[in-house]
Design a protein around this ligand. Structure first.
Ligand code: HDE
Length: 754
């Protein structure tokens, strides 16, 4: 300390700030010397990971949450205060000069309250405004230390805390959940080497190949600027005008028109990193990688008619489902799988791996599961966590690097840029939900809302006055892969794309050909629906003209639904004779390929109750569902006590407030004539049937169901219709199993008969 005092004669008291001549004391010396003194290696090593991470996160808690506890506020038993902590005696009345006199300017309590309120909104995200988040953890199940240095993948069993936000893209913050749209699937890994954000979608490809087109795409799909319609929908002129002029969108359009765009639950959708990234190992060797999230609950979606109706009955459908799953302990889980491949392999493919409108079929590069993510805690506060979380594709950690995908390049710029405005300045990384669990050390200073209190007078590097600290990590720090193989053509500045980017239809066809007939029918119906909302005939025609390059049969089907006869001439493709693709059909592209393990956890079943209900059977069914993690809700003509056969049941939902489309299945354990006169119940049966969901009807309920369905339907052949006079254990079991199975679309006709 004395030595330091001597080194800083103008302020002899200063060294006391640094403690006893310890590692943090400023000293005269080179950076290298400082580096040799401070234990960088151990600070960054796996074995010596931060005490805040790398330890087992018990269910319902994790290490991010521990650090967030610092800022959580629980007002139980506390007195109301101002923002300065001054107790407030009266929160009802403004201070005024006499009871009928004017309000007084000196009322700092009123003014503080109103002023804060006046400022409590922030701009919504420019896209992905509508979202829902949850905390959880990622557990490594296969170490990849030979392939990447990335901290989460070093040891089997290692847990890394995560925060995840799912979103729609087009609609505003308060829009409905069940819009036909891409879903964002953004994961923030709070690793012990800094934050890594995997900001993906629930579809593996994108509309455009180059970030240059992103503002155009978003302007086209968002509500039209003159009248701000439609909200949370792509079915309008400007979107289809743009995409029909951008044949590179065709593949993505197939996905967006598929049932993937209306997921049943966030827990039942896949996630994709979309771009090709690089893994980098300790030797600096790179391996190309694509990321996939595979839901353990299987891939399940809604049908369009159902999605439209849900948006009226419960616009928060997906948000509520996520919340309730976590609240009830039916934690959503996904396996993280990677496709690993080399530059040489990539070069041999018929498509370019830098083109985000192309996927790599799993038959070509199989998936390798390396870990599992579990979401086990709801946020405490939507704004503080879900709204303020800021994902950024440029947040990468040691062991993960970018590729030259031109779409990715723009994203590396855009996220931080937009967040500077949305979150009000350069210190948003200090907002608790965004802060890494490791400490931040650098010479960035000041700015609005700075939270950290950096010590000392040194805010530059190199320095000698702070012992060279904080110092460069050198080989232990983030290293960019040195070789940029793709740039073989030379270094001429150019605005152009590689040749393979010009082909736009082969994978659109691959996707279509890989679907089941029911899925194909849904895609055709979605094109028909969306284009039927387009008012300019030339736009509709151009789109159908483009679809002819995907499949003549399919284009004809869509065209017929739009009254086009004859079909418009096909658009001229840029590449008329594309190379033969490696894979012509990929079963994994169908939602049916990954139905999950049949678990019904998190599912909801309506058990309709009324005067004809067999109360014992209703209770037995409710118990059987609960035993498997699903919820069976008693739905009456009204809520509250319902006098049924053999006892009173307590209905917590009604046919009026909770229509059929909010449930995964319908059970009517007995019915009498009285129950047959509720028109809502008729709709219940009709909608459940139309949306291809299971129905169990016993006792007189069989007659009720048959009365509602049109005569001539072959109900005996219907696998998801369990109509039995006296329901035994076997019928209950069959029904419960059906609740977790993919829907059987055999019932569907176009247009629907029911
Ligand atoms: Fe985004 N995107 N994006 N995006 N994106 C944003 O960042 C952008 C793209 C994705 O829950 C914005 O903070 C550009 C692909 C998700 O908070 C913005 C381009 C994929 C989320 C932005 C793309 C995504 C965003 C808006 C083309 C899937 C929500 C607010 C070059 C791989 C994250 C914000 C959350 C959000 C820019 C394309 C996924 C404006 C420029 C491809 C999941 O920065």
């Amino acid at each position: 300390t004395q030595q330091l005092a001597a080194a800083m004669p103008d302020n002899p008291a200063k060294p006391s700030e640094y403690g006893e001549a310890g590692g943090l004391a400023p000293s005269v010396g080179a950076t290298a010397e400082a580096a040799s003194r401070l234990p960088l290696a151990s600070a960054l090593s796996e074995e010596n990971s931060s005490a805040k991470t790398g330890t087992v996160a018990p269910a319902g808690r994790n290490n991010t949450i521990d650090t967030l506890d610092r800022v959580r506020v629980d007002s139980t038993g506390q007195v109301l205060t101002t923002n300065q902590g001054v107790p407030i005696s009266d929160n009802q009345n403004t201070l005024s000069a006499g009871v009928r006199g004017p309000a007084l300017l000196e009322d700092f309590i009123l003014r503080e309250k109103l002023t804060h309120f006046d400022h409590e909104r922030i701009p919504e995200r420019v896209v992905h405004a509508r979202g829902s988040g949850a905390h959880g953890y990622f557990e490594c199940t296969e170490a990849l230390s030979d392939i990447t240095r990335a901290a989460p993948f070093q040891q089997v069993g290692k847990k890394t805390p995560v925060f995840v936000r799912f979103s729609t893209v087009q609609g505003e913050r308060g829009s409905k959940d069940t819009a036909r749209d891409v879903r964002g699937f953004a994961v923030k890994f709070y690793t012990d080497e800094g934050n890594w954000d995997l900001v993906g979608n629930n579809m593996p490809v994108f509309f455009i190949q180059d970030a240059m087109k992103f503002p155009d795409l978003v302007h086209a799909v968002k509500p039209e600027p003159h009248h701000q319609m439609p909200q949370a929908a792509s079915a309008h002129d400007t979107f289809w005008d743009f995409v029909s002029l951008m044949p590179e969108s065709t593949h993505m359009l197939m996905w967006q028109m598929s049932d993937r765009a209306i997921p049943r639950s966030f827990a039942t959708m896949q996630g994709f990193g979309v771009h090709t990234f690089r893994f980098v190992n300790a030797e600096g060797k790179a391996t190309l990688v694509k990321f996939h999230w595979l839901p353990l609950a299987g891939t399940h979606s809604l049908v369009w008619d159902e999605a439209v109706k849900i948006s009226g009955a419960d616009p928060d459908f997906n948000r509520r489902d996520l919340w309730e799953r976590i609240d009830s302990g039916a934690y959503p889980q996904w396996d993280l799988a990677v496709q690993l491949f080399t530059e040489e392999q990539a070069e041999s493919f018929s498509f370019d791996v830098l083109d985000s409108t192309k996927l790599i079929p799993e038959e070509l590069v199989p998936l390798r599961v390396i870990g599992r993510m579990t979401l086990d805690r709801n946020p405490d506060n939507f704004f503080a966590e879900t709204e303020q979380v800021a994902f950024c594709i440029a947040n990468v950690i040691r062991g993960i690097d970018f590729t030259n995908d031109p779409l990715l390049a723009g994203r590396i710029h855009s996220y931080l840029d937009t967040q500077l405005l949305r979150l009000g300045g350069p210190n948003f990384h200090e907002i608790p939900i965004n802060a890494p669990v490791v400490q931040v050390h650098n010479n960035q200073r000041d700015g609005f809302h700075r939270q950290a209190i950096p010590r000392g007078r040194v805010a530059y590097e190199p320095n000698s006055l702070a012992g060279g600290c904080p110092f460069q990590a050198g080989m232990q720090g983030y290293m960019t892969v040195p070789a940029r193989e793709e740039n073989r053509e030379g270094t001429a500045k150019i605005r152009a794309k590689p040749e393979k980017f010009a082909e736009h239809y082969v994978q659109a066809r691959l996707f279509l050909d890989s679907q089941t007939p029911a899925e194909q029918a849904h895609i055709a119906a979605a094109f028909r629906f969306e284009l039927s909302k387009v008012t300019v005939p030339a736009v509709r025609e151009r789109m159908v003209a483009s679809l002819r390059n995907v499949s003549e049969e399919f284009a004809a089907q869509v065209g017929k639904g739009l009254g086009m006869d004859p079909l418009p001439a096909p658009l001229t493709p840029v590449v008329p004779n594309p190379p033969k693709p490696e894979v012509m059909r990929s079963e994994f592209l169908s939602l049916m390929a990954r139905p999950g393990d049949g678990s019904i956890a998190g599912r909801k079943v309506a058990i309709v109750v009324g005067s004809g209900t067999d109360a014992a059977l209703a209770r037995e069914l409710q118990k059987a569902l609960l035993a498997r993690g699903a919820v069976g809700r008693f739905v009456g003509t009204h809520i509250g006590a319902v006098a049924a056969q053999g006892g009173t049941l307590d209905a917590d939902a009604s046919t009026e407030n909770s229509p059929a489309y909010l449930f995964d299945a319908l059970a009517i354990p007995g019915a009498d004539e009285q129950m047959g006169i509720d028109g809502h119940l008729d709709e219940f049966v009709r909608d459940t049937y139309r949306h291809c969901k299971p129905i169990l009807a016993t006792g007189g309920a069989g007659d009720l169901v048959r009365r509602v369905l049109p005569a001539g339907l072959d109900t005996a052949q219907d696998q998801a219709l369990v109509l039995q006079e006296a329901a035994g254990q076997e019928a209950l079991e069959r029904f419960v199993t059906l609740v977790g199975a993919p829907r059987d679309f055999a019932r569907e006709t176009d247009p629907p008969r029911v």
